[in-house]
Design a protein around this ligand. Structure first.
Ligand code: C2E
Ligand code: MG
Ligand code: MG
Ligand code: MG
Length: 279
C-alpha cells in the first residue's frame, strides 16, 4: 500500500480523505477557481479577557463556501492549498481581507482590538514574507499594531535563523506574534526563548480535560509563559467550569464557544459596538 511505501503525503491526509483520492483530486481542482469565484470568506472569533470579560482580539478563520458541497472546513482545504502552492495567493487574500475588515471597524470607532491571522508554513517561508505583510498594511492603511500573526510551533522551530530574522523585523514594526496550538508540536524551549514573540495560544486539547484532573500540562504552559513574559490564550473554552479553572491558573485570555463562535464580519461589528459605546 501507499503507507508501506512511505509516501508521506498520503499518510498525512489519510485522516481527512481516507481512501477517497477522487474527492481530494476534485477539491484540489475546485480550489483553483475558488479564489476567482469569490467562494472564500473570513469568519471572526472574539477573544475575551478572562477577568474583565472584554473583547481584546479577534481571530480570522477562513471558510470555503463550495457551490455544491456547502461549507468546507479549513482543516480539509488548507493542507491541499499548501500542497499545491495555492496557499500563497490564498494567504495574501486572507491577510488583505482581514486588514481591510479591521480598518473598517477602526473607521467605525472600534479601537484596541487586534485581528489575528493564521499563517501557514509555506507562506512564512517565502523570502519576501515580511515585505508582503508590510505592503498589505500599507496598501490597506491599517496600523501594524492592529495586526497579529499566528504561527505554529512547526514554523517557529524550523530554519531557526531565518525565523528569528523575520520575527525580529515584524517586532520592529510592532506586529504582534503568537504561537498557535502550543503544546502539540515539538518546541525546543531553548529555541523558544530566543524568539521575539508575544503570546502562546494553548491548544484546545489541553483545555478540554482540565476539569477532569488533566490540568497539569495547561498549568505548566501558563507557568512557562509567565517565566518568559508571554501572554497566554486558552483555546477551545466551552464551559464555565473551564473558565473558572483558567482564572485560577492566572490565564489572561480565552477563546471558545462559551464566549463566541466564529461569525461573519457583519455580525462581529454588532458584537463589538456596545463595547465601544461603554468605553
Ligand atoms: P486554529 O487556528 O487553532 O483555530 C481554532 C479552531 O478552533 C477553529 O476551527 C475554531 O472554529 C475552533 N474553535 C474555536 N472555539 C472552539 C471551541 O470552543 N470548541 C471547539 N471544539 N473548537 C473551537 P476552524 O475554523 O475549523 O479552523 C481550523 C484550523 O484551520 C485552524 O486552527 C487553523 O489552523 C486553520 N485555519 C483556519 N483559518 C485559516 C487561515 O485563514 N489561514 C490558515 N493558514 N489556516 C487557517
Ligand atoms: Mg489560530
Ligand atoms: Mg489553535
Ligand atoms: Mg487548531
Amino acid at each position: 500500500t501507499a503507507k508501506e511505501n512511505g509516501r508521506k503525503q498520503f499518510i498525512i491526509y489519510a485522516d481527512e480523505f481516507g481512501e477517497n483520492v477522487n474527492e481530494k483530486f476534485e477539491l484540489t481542482n475546485n480550489l483553483y477557481d475558488a479564489l476567482n469565484k469569490e467562494q472564500f470568506l473570513l469568519n471572526y472569533q472574539p477573544q475575551v479577557d478572562l477577568h474583565s470579560g472584554k473583547i481584546v482580539g479577534v481571530e480570522a478563520l477562513i471558510r470555503w463556501q463550495h457551490p455544491t458541497k456547502g461549507m468546507i472546513s479549513p482543516a480539509k482545504f488548507i493542507p491541499l492549498a499548501e500542497e499545491t502552492g495555492l496557499i500563497n495567493p490564498l494567504g495574501l487574500w486572507i491577510l488583505r481581507r482581514a486588514c481591510l475588515d479591521r480598518k473598517q471597524w477602526l473607521d467605525a470607532g472600534i479601537q484596541d482590538i487586534r485581528v489575528a491571522v493564521n499563517i501557514s508554513i509555506k507562506q512564512f517561508q517565502q523570502d519576501n514574507f515580511v515585505e508582503t505583510v508590510l505592503d498589505i498594511l500599507e496598501e490597506t492603511g491599517l496600523d501594524p499594531t492592529y495586526l497579529e500573526l499566528e504561527i505554529t510551533e512547526g514554523i517557529a522551530m524550523n530554519k531557526h535563523q531565518d525565523v528569528i530574522k523575520k520575527l525580529t523585523l515584524l517586532k520592529e514594526k510592532l506586529i504582534y506574534v503568537s504561537i498557535d496550538d502550543f503544546g502539540t508540536g515539538y518546541s525546543s524551549l531553548s529555541y523558544l526563548k530566543e524568539l521575539p514573540i508575544n503570546q502562546l495560544k494553548v491548544d484546545q486539547s489541553f483545555v478540554q480535560g482540565i476539569c477532569d484532573g488533566n490540568y497539569q500540562i495547561l498549568q505548566s504552559i501558563i507557568t512557562l509563559a509567565q517565566a518568559m513574559q508571554l501572554n497566554v490564550v486558552a483555546e477551545g473554552v466551552e464551559t464555565k467550569e473551564q473558565a473558572e479553572m483558567l482564572k485560577e491558573f492566572k490565564c489572561s485570555i480565552a477563546q471558545g464557544y462559551l464566549y463566541y463562535k466564529p461569525m461573519p464580519a457583519e455580525d462581529l461589528l454588532a458584537v463589538l459596538n456596545p463595547y465601544n459605546l461603554t468605553c
